[in-house]
Design a protein around this ligand. Structure first.
Ligand SMILES: *Cc1c(COP(=O)(O)O)cnc(C)c1O
Length: 377
C-alpha cells in the first residue's frame, strides 16, 4: 500500500507532470514572469468557470481578504463579524486594518457561521460579515445575504476552502461559492482544492467599480502609471503559478469529485456509529471536502489521533484553539455564546483527504478508526 498522507500532492503532480512541466518551461522561455499573458488567461478562464464578472489574481488568500476589506473603505473601529472557528487569516487581516473583529459561534453540524448568533452580534458599528465556507461547504448564504441586506452590511466570502462548490438558493438559482457576496476571496495554496506550486490567491466580484478599485489596490494604489491615488499593496500572482493553475482548473470538478468519493467511503464506513458523527451535507450547498472532519463524541479524540499515528495514519485537529482565545485576537466572551465552537475544539479530527486516495488506503484508514472506536474503555 502506498504510504498514507494527509495530502498527496506528489501523486497528483505525476499524473499531469508532462503537461505542467512543458507549460512551466514555456513560461521560463518567455521570461514573462510577472503580469504575463498566462496570468491574464487564467483570470479569464476562472471568471468563466465561476460565472463571475471579475477575477483579480493576487499573491495569496490572506492578501485577498485584506485587499477585499481595504476596497470597502471601512474606518478604524468599524466592526466585522466572522466565525470563531476558522483559520486565523480571516480575523488577522481584520485586526491588521485596525477594524474590530467580532467572532461568533458556528453551527455544530456544518462548522459554518451560526446565523442566529450572527444576528445577535450586529451593532450600529457593524459594517461587514465574513462567512467562511469551512472544510469545503458553503455557509448558509441565503440567510446571511438576507441578514446583510436588512442591516445594510457588506458580505465578503472567505472561499479559500470551497472553490468549485455550488450553492442552491430556495428559488432554484445556483451560484458558485465565492460569487454571492459583494466580494469573494480564495487561496491557491498547494493543499487547497485548486492549488498551485507556491503561493497564490484571487479576489472575485461582479461589481465593476469595486473591481477597478481592487486592481489598483493590488498594484500600489496605482491607476495610472506612477500616480498613486491611495495606499495599496504589492500582491501579484506570478506567471509560473498561473500556468500551473491553467492546467489544473479544467480538472477541478474531477478533483472535487474524487474528494467526494473518498468522503462517501468514509461516510458509509462510519454511518450510525455511536460515537462518530460524520460531516453533515447541507441541502443548500454541494460539498467539495477540503477536509473530511469527524466529531468524536466519547471524549477519546486525542487518543484516537495517537492510535492512528501509531498505525501511520496521519490525522489533524483543525482547529485546536478558538480564535477568541488566541493571544493575538483575544475577545472577552461568555462560554454560553460559544457552546458549539468549544465542543468542536474537543471533538474534531480530520482524516486524510485528497484526490489520490485509493480504496486500499481508505479501507485501512476506516478499519483503523473503527478498531479504536470499537474498543471497550
Ligand atoms: C488557507 C486559508 C486562508 C489563507 O490563504 P493563504 O493563501 O495561505 O494566505 C484564508 N482563509 C482560510 C479559511 C483558509 O483556509
Amino acid at each position: 500500500m502506498k504510504k498514507i498522507q494527509m495530502v498527496d500532492l506528489q501523486s497528483q503532480y505525476y499524473k499531469i507532470k508532462a503537461d505542467v512541466d512543458n507549460a512551466m518551461l514555456n513560461v521560463l522561455n518567455s521570461a514573462a514572469f510577472i503580469n504575463g499573458p498566462e496570468v491574464k488567461s487564467f483570470q479569464t478562464e476562472l471568471e468563466q468557470y465561476l460565472g463571475v464578472k471579475h477575477v483579480i489574481p493576487c499573491a495569496n488568500g490572506t492578501d485577498a481578504l485584506q485587499i477585499a476589506l481595504m476596497a470597502l473603505d471601512l474606518k478604524e473601529g468599524d466592526e466585522v463579524i466572522t466565525a470563531d472557528f476558522t483559520f486565523a487569516a480571516t480575523v488577522e487581516v481584520i485586526q491588521l486594518l485596525k477594524l474590530k473583529s467580532v467572532l461568533v459561534d458556528v453551527d455544530y453540524d456544518t462548522f459554518t457561521m451560526d446565523t442566529e448568533k450572527l444576528k445577535a452580534a450586529i451593532t450600529a458599528k457593524t459594517k461587514a460579515i465574513i462567512p467562511v465556507h469551512l472544510f469545503g461547504q458553503c455557509a448558509n448564504m441565503e440567510e446571511i445575504l438576507k441578514i446583510a441586506e436588512e442591516n445594510d452590511l457588506h458580505v465578503i466570502e472567505d472561499n479559500a476552502q470551497a472553490i468549485g462548490a455550488d450553492f442552491t438558493f430556495a428559488n432554484g438559482t445556483v451560484k458558485k461559492s465565492g460569487t454571492m457576496g459583494i466580494i469573494g476571496t480564495t487561496s491557491f495554496f498547494p493543499s487547497k482544492n485548486l492549488g498551485c506550486y507556491g503561493d497564490g490567491g484571487a479576489i472575485f466580484t461582479n461589481d465593476d467599480e469595486l473591481a477597478h478599485k481592487i486592481r489598483g489596490i493590488v498594484n500600489h494604489g496605482m491607476y495610472e502609471r506612477y500616480y498613486h491615488d491611495e495606499i495599496g499593496v504589492n500582491s501579484r500572482l506570478d506567471s509560473v503559478q498561473a500556468t500551473v493553475l491553467r492546467k489544473k482548473l479544467p480538472l477541478l470538478d474531477h478533483y472535487n469529485e474524487a474528494r467526494r468519493k473518498a468522503a462517501d467511503f468514509y461516510d458509509e464506513a462510519f454511518a450510525g456509529h455511536q460515537h462518530i458523527l460524520t460531516p453533515k451535507r447541507a441541502a443548500y450547498s454541494s460539498h467539495v471536502f477540503h477536509q473530511y472532519t469527524l466529531r468524536i463524541t466519547n471524549g477519546k479524540r486525542n487518543e484516537l489521533q495517537q492510535f492512528l499515528a501509531e498505525k501511520e495514519v496521519p490525522a489533524m485537529i483543525y482547529y485546536p484553539v478558538a480564535l477568541r482565545k488566541q493571544k493575538a485576537y483575544y475577545q472577552e466572551s461568555d462560554p454560553k455564546d460559544f457552546v458549539n465552537t468549544d465542543k468542536l475544539l474537543d471533538q474534531v479530527i480530520s482524516l486524510p483527504m485528497h484526490t489520490e486516495l485509493d480504496e486500499e488506503q481508505l479501507k485501512y484508514i476506516t478499519d483503523a478508526v473503527l478498531e479504536f472506536m470499537n474498543k471497550q474503555f
